[in-house]
Design a binder for this molecule. Sequence first.
Ligand code: PLP
Length: 272
Amino acid sequence: MKLWLDGGLRDAASAQVSVFDHGLTVGDGIFETMKTVDGRAFALTRHLDRLARSARGLALPEPDLDEVRRACRAVLEANPTARGRLRVTYTGGVCPLGSDRGENPPTLVVALGPVPPPAPTTAVVTVPWTRNERGALAGLKTTSYAENVVALARARERGATEALFANTAGSLCEGTGSNVFVVLDGEVHTPPIASGCLAGVTRALAVEWTGARETDLPLDVLDRAEEIFLTSTLRDVQAVDRVDDRALPAPGPVTAKAVRIFAERSAADLDP
Ligand SMILES: Cc1ncc(COP(=O)(O)O)c(C=O)c1O
């Protein structure tokens, strides 16, 4: 396996990042995960736009997106994979111990791993922890993901694959690595970006392609939604068959249509 690190392809087994890298010591970094099909990344342009936005949000130096594109291409060519997850990680680089940044350049890593196709349906749980829609990191895809690690572990303990958060105002927000959609009176709704959720690439495409509305929703909408589905790069559009102890039809008719539209439109254009 070859990956890209600081300007070139390296063997994954021997590639080295400093133990003083600010991504490691304090989670000062950003990332993107893309789906790859037959060696090509889906929605690369949208993911690179978000990488640049996240960098600005963390006041990291502007990433060289031409280099990131070159790196993605090189890694995909070096590791033929039918279906993969292509991960771009960009950190504050080598810094003094503590939260201050140093003078060193950022670290850029691009790596590829295999990934199975998503299950058509899944179970989710709600968790008592909140997303902070007013926090400095709200809406940024940073490597400070330990809250997601804890919540996802809770979901796994309960036989689910995703945990859903409310925000500090009690509104439905998002999952640890996905956005959430609900069907109410036959209409599709998803929380607005102001809820503190990540501006998911799949979410944006699903909104554009299905006409879903962005609506501030209380968390307990999950008790009455007719259907629920998740969107993410690695799930595409995925029906929810259980939320906590509540069973749901999955996929219900509205979700089934969203799944179909997403599959058709994403197959027709690799970089929508
Ligand atoms: C916190 C969070 N929300 C939502 C998403 C979904 O975003 P995307 O559709 O761009 O994968 C992700 C992606 O992994 C995420 O980490």
